[in-house]
Design a protein around this ligand. Structure first.
Ligand code: ZN
Length: 487
């Protein structure tokens, strides 16, 4: 089985983006298909990326004041019915448990597609006074949504995520929290995952079921399709009313709190693969790479090997001391060329090559994964290997963002003419991101969706305010919006 996978070539990205993506995930051993349709297995190399990502985001979430908790996987089916839009949005994709312990259950249980209902049921028991607010919890867990068409990481029936849920005394405070989390997500994805984003409000049609306002961060992938990378919802008092959450305010009046929820998922792994990968394999941002630097020792004659390995081990030690996640590839019987290809496929950001002549000269060769071929190579004195590695890793993190930004910018276009927008969306490739004036009328949005398959991805928060005409109906439009075909 392993041999079969080793022989398998990755489809060139330019030839078939979707096949390239699937091949890369298998070949780089991030994930594998499971016997259960629509579910995937996270292999250790894939899960390690999730762990780095999770740990950093968890730190940033806690800084905002939220604390982690854990709620049950099973939710009484009746809970879902309590918020009308919520049930309508989720019922079609909910998995239902009807039997347990060999008996039919009195009330079926749903497997959580998201946890608003059970968390708010508990909030109703914990919130009584304005002193109990704000209440801010976050949960890292799995959720299940019965998907018909699935893609590893991007859309799977079971996925991992974090979901934050907060309750506040006032509308202003809850709205502020919604935007705070949007900014936490934006900063995290751009800085840490090196993925450029657009962000803003969702249109009413694209809102989370039960939310009054949904905010989103969206990444434009190199194939010209947008990927929703995270959302933050202002829920108003909808769930508070449905679940009878009430508190006594400072004047002893009973009030419903204002609420938010926000989440990102293992979909971000798919974003990393697509935004940065190339035909040679993954290219991981150093921040999330489980191996940031790999040292490949090179020698032919056995007597040279000893010296090279001694030097390589001392370099590994100095990198470890500097806090770099480093691996020394001492595998025998494999050529340096095979090892180079192997680590490139796995996306290791920086490779250090060291052979007998380098040892004699007191230096190493450093090869960057973000810049192919000779331009990405440089020499460094062995004594400075750790210091130089740290500096180069920081450059790689920035450069991957710049490269992805250049591709996204190339695929972002302003349109004032509906015919041109339509031709662009129906042409080759994903169509890119269209920046257009839209009057806000759902009928115009529907026409765009039905005729071009592009949907409203985000309405930017900072508008230049320049007046314009809706690209569909020609009525005056105060705002511009981003439309694209989406994953
Ligand atoms: Zn219009």
């Amino acid at each position: 089985m392993a041999e079969k996978i080793d022989e398998k070539k990755v489809t060139p990205r330019s030839q078939d983006f979707a096949a390239w993506y699937n091949d890369l995930i298998i070949r780089a051993e991030l994930a594998d298909y499971s016997p259960v349709r629509g579910c995937i297995v996270f292999r250790p190399d894939g899960f390690a990326i999730w762990e780095h990502l999770r740990d950093e985001l968890d730190r940033r979430i806690k800084k905002t004041g939220a604390r982690n908790a854990y709620f049950p996987l099973f939710i009484p089916q009746s809970f879902l019915q309590k918020e009308a839009q919520h049930v309508e949005g989720f019922a079609p994709e909910v998995a239902v448990v009807t039997h347990g312990g060999g008996k039919e259950l009195e009330e079926p249980l749903i497997v959580r597609p998201t946890s608003e209902t059970i968390i708010n049921h508990m909030f109703a028991q914990w919130i009584h006074s304005h002193r109990d607010l704000p209440l801010m919890v976050n949960q890292w867990c799995n959720v299940v949504r019965w998907e018909l068409r699935t893609r590893p990481f991007l859309r799977t029936s079971e996925f991992l995520w974090q979901e934050g849920h907060t309750a506040h005394a006032t509308r202003e405070e809850a709205e502020r929290e919604t935007l705070t989390m949007l900014e936490v997500y934006r900063g995290f994805v751009e800085d840490y995952l090196a993925i450029p984003l657009v962000y803003g409000r969702k249109s009413a049609a694209e809102r989370f079921p039960g939310a009054e306002e949904t905010y989103t961060i969206e990444g434009l992938m190199p194939d010209g399709r947008a990927l929703q990378c995270g959302t933050s919802h202002y829920l108003g008092q909808n769930f508070a009313k449905a679940f009878e959450i009430r508190f006594l305010d400072e004047t002893n009046q009973l009030q419903h709190p204002h609420q938010t929820s926000w989440g990102v998922s293992t979909r971000l792994l798919g974003a990393i693969v697509m935004a940065h990968g190339d035909d040679q394999g993954l290219r991981l941002p150093p921040a999330v790479a489980s191996t940031q630097v790999v040292i490949v020792p090179i020698w032919r004659k056995a007597e040279e090997g000893e010296n090279v390995l001694v030097a390589a081990r001392s370099i590994r030690h100095s990198l470890e001391q500097a806090g770099v996640r480093v691996r020394l590839d001492e595998r025998e019987g494999l050529t340096p060329g095979f090892k180079f290809n192997d680590w490139e496929m796995r996306g290791v950001p920086l490779r250090i090559e060291i052979g007998p002549r380098d040892v004699a000269a007191g230096e190493v060769v450093m090869a960057r994964r973000d810049i192919a071929g000779p331009p990405g190579k440089s020499k460094a004195p062995i004594a400075q290997a750790a210091e130089r590695s740290t500096a180069v890793l920081a450059e790689i993190q920035k450069n991957l963002y710049q490269q992805a930004k250049a591709v996204a910018d190339q695929n972002t276009r302003r349109f004032d003419d509906y015919g041109k927008l339509s031709a662009q969306m129906q042409g080759e490739g994903g169509g890119g991101l269209a920046d257009i004036h839209w009057c806000g009328n759902p009928e115009c949005e529907t026409k765009i969706r039905e005729e071009t398959r592009a949907t409203c991805r985000a309405i930017p928060l900072n508008q230049d305010g320049a007046p314009g005409k809706c690209i569909v109906c020609g009525e005056s439009a105060k705002e511009r919006a981003f439309f694209a075909k989406a994953y």
